[in-house]
Design a protein around this ligand. Structure first.
Ligand SMILES: [Zn+2]
Ligand SMILES: [Zn+2]
Length: 274
């Protein structure tokens, strides 16, 4: 007796619950989990370092939200793995209990493709694993390809959409994958820059916070802004005026001042301060 594969609109005939093609994909997804899990933990540690550097500074929450995106994804991946490891074991009591780590549980299930193919709910299992491994890849890839564009904020029936938005640096439009809202990418960046403008911090931290909102200014460049300039043999005061000193005695700057100078330098005029 032939069944139809229960993955989405697949419907290919099968003796089991899902077809051979989707079984192979599911096994591959399970096998990819250990590496993705490790990469997510690295991403999380890196985000955490950045968020720690802005601790206690009101209004500078952006890097913390990066951290939340990675930890949310990691938790969702773990939840899905444990759910299916227990379902798989309940349906196959002759097997020993699932191993105790997410990585080992995935490798354990991947050893039994025939049992996966015939598992009640295998179609849902395929969808869960496909979704969570895709989300994990997206978060891991963020540093290279995407920048953070803040929480969506579109009005919903109750409250506002809290989905974190990401977009390639050169994107014109940003779409929310949760509510479908469409935003102007440049406006989102300006909005975020506005949120951090009044924060004061040293050059290293200012560079990190600006990078988190998608604006790349090297800390060395910020320090240059803060030094007196020689123009035509005359010493001029620094463009960037320190507002104070941090605990180690490094000058601190208002992020909005850094941004103003940076944007003025971006204008197509001749910069003779070099
Ligand atoms: Zn199928
Ligand atoms: Zn949204």
């Amino acid at each position: 007796m032939d069944n139809q594969c229960t993955v989405g609109a697949c419907g290919r005939p099968t003796q089991d619950v899902i077809c051979a093609g989707h079984t192979a994909e599911l096994v591959a997804a399970l096998k990819s989990v250990p590496d993705l899990h490790a990469d997510l933990e690295i991403t999380l540690a890196r985000r955490h370092k950045v968020s720690g550097s802005t601790e206690g500074r009101r209004g500078v929450t952006t890097p913390v939200m990066f951290h939340e995106a990675a930890s949310e994804t990691l938790r969702a991946l773990e939840r899905v793995v444990w759910h299916w490891a227990h379902t798989f074991h309940s349906a196959n009591k002759h097997l020993s209990s699932p191993p105790k780590t997410v990585q080992a549980a995935c490798e354990w299930m991947a050893r039994f493709p025939a049992l996966i193919a015939s598992l009640d709910g295998a179609g849902d299992m395929w969808e869960d694993l496909a979704r969570e491994t895709r989300n994990a890849r997206r978060v891991i890839d963020l540093p290279a390809s995407l920048s953070y564009r803040g929480e969506c904020g579109a009005p919903l029936d109750i409250g506002v959409c809290l989905q974190a938005l990401y977009a390639p640096s050169d994107a014109v439009t940003v779409w929310c994958r949760t509510c479908g809202a469409e935003w102007d990418a440049a406006e989102r960046r300006d909005l975020l820059a506005g949120q951090v403008a009044d924060a004061c911090m040293n050059a290293t931290r200012a560079s990190q916070v600006l990078a988190a909102v998608g604006i790349a200014i090297a800390s060395a460049t910020i320090r240059t802004y803060g030094r007196p300039r020689m123009v035509g043999g005359v010493q001029l005061p620094p463009k960037l005026v320190a507002v104070g000193r941090d605990q180690r005695g490094h000058p601190t700057y208002r992020v909005g001042d850094v941004l103003d100078i940076f944007l003025a330098n971006q204008a197509p005029s001749i910069n003779c301060a070099a």
